[in-house]
Design a protein around this ligand. Structure first.
Ligand code: PLP
Length: 421
């Protein structure tokens, strides 16, 4: 084993979702003669129309004179100019903005964007004070857990719960009586729609958060990996919000291009420049092949059309299957499904669950169903809260029949587990 630095150790530690992914990979490999229904993936399914779109854009690129310039040359750190231009035009037209090319940065996936931002704005200042990375509503994307080089900078807030007992549904809301954004805040970060819960913060809630941050000039990163206009994985009305201190962060991963690693940040020129400097140091620039095909799909309007007409309805139907099956099959225990407002997951809260989420995950494996235990989705939450051990994330990346069977088996396990206590 190589000798590692403090940072080396921190980055290689097997924590949170990495530990679970390893366990899942080993479970699937060992097989134990069982066919698992694997609802753990964050990987979107390959939809034929979406694959065809990227195939067509690639064919167009290959046939164009541009090809050599795209793959045989280095380019600007900020991104490939035709993609930047496509984003500027599309967003100005769609949302009535006045963006210029200086308001856009292309990164190799949006994960890298969160790495740049949480370390450029969060962490220790020159004078040694700690600037927090505030996650205003926990649970949130597990990937935020590993990006801050000063891990104690991550600071998540417990939410309020809106519970509809009769309907077995609930929704997380930011707890504005607790949420503090102040001098010691470096940046604010949240996903909308949210991975893992499928929550969509309302326009009002987002505006309130941005207004709390504005007087302190704190950047607010809105992780829009599932938002409109692409992949448009929102099942409730939502408006992307822009503003002086808002960094609107997008990803093409859920629009069928996770392998090409394309993240997009839109915001104030000065913020964009800071992130661009980080990027130059880290990797010079994003690969340009993906950027060139993305420019085509955005310019033609095909990406936004396919998102709204194919990607969104596909996953919306899956949410309905999970909801209907659980409503029919669940025993009479205090279970609550998060309102399915977006993303490619459902989030189940089993109140008073007699075992931990990790043990529940093991029980489900015994009946051939794999989900992700919920406790890995509370990065930056420093207080102990039993709720964190009472949830699971169910990925909607199964066939209709698999989802139905898996939810029936889950309901049977829930019944047994509560009865035994
Ligand atoms: N943000 C959220 C909420 C995600 O769910 C994901 C991936 O699952 C990412 C960011 C990272 O996406 P990428 O780096 O592929 O753009």
């Amino acid at each position: 084993k190589p000798a590692l630095t403090q940072l080396g150790n921190q980055m290689t530690r097997l924590t949170g979702v990495r530990a679970i992914m390893k366990d899942i990979a080993e479970t699937l490999r060992s097989g134990a003669g069982q066919d698992f229904i694997n609802l753990s993936a964050g990987n979107p399914l390959i939809l034929p129309e979406v694959e065809q779109l990227w195939r067509d854009c690639t064919a167009d690129l290959l046939a164009s004179a541009e090809y050599g310039d795209v793959v045989c040359r280095y380019g600007a750190s900020q991104g490939y100019q035709p993609l930047i231009d496509a984003i500027v035009q599309d967003f100005n037209r769609r949302y009535g903005l006045q963006l210029t090319e200086r308001n856009v940065l292309i990164t190799p996936g949006s994960q890298s964007l969160y790495f740049y931002a949480t370390n450029a704005f969060g962490g220790y200042t020159e004078s040694g004070t700690l600037k927090k990375v505030v996650l205003p509503l926990s649970p949130d994307y597990t990937g935020y857990g590993g990006v801050a080089l000063a891990p104690d900078s991550l600071f998540a807030y417990k939410p309020s719960l809106d519970i509809d007992t009769a309907a077995h549904r609930f929704k997380y809301r930011p707890n504005f009586s607790q949420l503090t954004i102040a001098e010691d805040t470096g940046c604010v970060l949240f996903s909308r729609p949210c991975n893992p819960t499928g929550n969509v913060l309302t326009d009002d809630e987002v505006q309130k958060i941005a207004a709390l941050a504005a007087p302190h000039h704190v950047p607010v990163l809105i992780d829009s990996a599932y938002a409109p206009p692409f992949p448009a994985l929102n099942f409730t009305e939502m408006t992307p919000l822009f503003g002086e201190n808002i960094l609107h962060c997008m990803s093409l991963s859920k629009a069928g291009l996770p392998g090409e690693r394309i993240g997009i940040a839109i915001g104030n020129e000065q913020l964009i420049q800071v992130l661009e400097c980080f990027q130059t140091n880290m990797c010079i620039h994003s690969p340009r092949y993906g950027q060139a095909i993305a420019a085509r799909a955005i310019n033609s309007g095909a990406l936004a059309d396919i998102a709204a007409q194919v990607i969104r309805p596909f996953y919306q139907k899956k949410v309905a299957i999970v909801e209907t099956t659980l409503d029919q099959a669940m025993p009479s225990v205090p279970w609550f499904l998060h309102r399915g407002e977006g993303a490619i997951f459902t989030w189940l809260w089993l109140k008073d669950l007699p075992i931990t989420d990790w043990e529940f995950y093991q029980e489900l494996k015994q009946v051939g169903v794999i989900v992700v235990p919920g406790s890995s989705f509370f990065p930056g939450l420093h207080e102990d809260w039993e709720h964190t051990r009472q949830c699971v994330r169910i990925s909607l990346t199964g066939s209709d029949q698999e989802l139905e069977i898996a939810m029936q088996r889950l309901a049977a396990v829930v019944e047994r587990v509560y009865q035994q206590s």
